[in-house]
Design a protein around this ligand. Structure first.
Ligand code: PMP
Length: 354
């Protein structure tokens, strides 16, 4: 049975701050005890490096790390080798922008949308300056939805990359992810989905979406900070993506002048990883699944509808879709004549975190 009061007791922050009204999950979620326990267990009982030692705790650390990869892979309907651990969404998007754009020229274009987070805008901007390709932006409609007519016009035979957000952290808009990817297919455009927000609100099936890459962060899905996922289709990882960090654990043979790369995903995970973070991320995904996607989606729809209705009822201007359909619960609003900083400050004094 879905019991929100019971779920709240899973989060130790509310024991320490019983009056906290935490409405800032779009920025970073709180951490359930099971995630903290999984990481503590690693630190207190088997802390060691992975993929190196033959002693008992090192073997256990490697198993726990790879088990977390298997949990992530299963949750996305992907293969284990298609999961690369990163430090978060920003890391994943930068890695893709840096490695996929050097072969582009002034004849090519990259398409993103006008509702991207800076993490999916600035890296492409910088690479466009460097390599001379055109950066195009899919429009947003007056109801803050993505303008699919604009998308159809902008994506063409010279579009080498289409990168867009699953859901907007500002507007709350959920984009037609599958349709967007389908628009790019005839042009063999590489598709990238920023699921930083999406992964907190919906189960994700990368095979169904059919995207080439998808990225998200642990801290937005009840996991720890400093860990994230870069999913890549196996053929993309093996044939299209160059390693973006170099060092230990990603090489097979090294001489003074050259090196050869390990299999995927190891070739993309140079150096010691955020082992506790990865283990915590695995526990967070299991926690999300234990609450149940149907319950999460239903509860969020109810809260979003209530919030929109209440805000609109007192004449507050909502910047985002006005109904809860195809919308997450991130709600932006403005009050004429009052600076957002002052609103957030005032609400903070009432223990309302926005
Ligand atoms: N994309 C979106 C849609 C986001 O909401 C965020 C975080 N607000 C990011 C990217 C960046 O995520 P991170 O800070 O975890 O790298």
């Amino acid at each position: 049975m879905f019991d929100i009061e019971k779920i709240k007791t899973d989060f130790p922050i509310f024991k320490h701050h019983p009056d906290l009204h935490y409405l800032d999950s779009g920025a970073s979620t709180q951490t359930p005890q099971v995630v903290i326990d999984a990481m503590n267990d690693y630190y207190t009982t088997y802390r060691s490096n992975t993929h190196r030692g033959m002693y008992t705790i090192a073997v256990k650390a490697t198993e726990a790390f790879e088990n977390a990869r298997a949990i992530v892979a299963r949750s996305l309907n992907a293969q284990d080798q298609e999961i690369i651990f990163t430090s978060g969404t920003t890391h994943g998007l930068n890695a893709l922008a840096y490695t996929l754009t050097p072969r582009l020229s002034h004849r090519d274009n990259v398409v993103i949308t006008k509702m991207e987070h800076h993490a999916n805008l600035v890296p492409w901007q910088q690479m466009a300056k460097h390599y001379g390709f055109e950066l195009r932006f899919i429009d947003v409609t007056s109801d803050y939805r993505l303008d699919m007519e604009s998308a159809k016009k902008l994506i063409d035979k010279n579009t080498k990359i289409l990168s867009f957000t699953f859901a907007s952290n500002v507007l709350g808009t959920v984009n037609p992810v599958k349709e967007l990817v389908a628009l790019a297919k005839p042009f063999r455009t590489i598709t990238i989905v920023d699921a930083a927000q999406g992964a907190a609100h919906f189960p994700i099936d990368v095979k169904d979406i059919d995207c080439d890459f998808l990225v998200f962060s642990g801290h937005k899905i009840y996991g720890p900070t400093g860990v994230g996922v870069l999913y890549g289709k196996k053929v993309m990882l093996e044939e299209h993506l160059e390693p973006f960090f170099f060092g230990g654990d990603m090489v097979v043979e090294v001489s003074l002048q050259s090196a050869t790369w390990s299999e995927v995903p190891a070739r993309f995970e140079a150096g010691t990883q955020n082992i506790a973070g990865v283990i915590g991320l695995g526990a967070a995904i299991k926690y999300q699944e234990s609450v149940g996607w149907e319950n999460i989606i239903k509860h969020e729809e109810k809260l979003t509808a209530y919030l929109l209705q209440q805000l609109q009822g007192i004449g507050i201007h909502v910047i985002g879709p006005s109904t809860p359909t195809n919308r997450i619960g991130a709600v932006a609003f403005s009050l004429p004549g009052i600076h957002p900083h002052d609103i957030a400050d005032l609400m903070g004094t009432e223990n309302v975190a926005i």
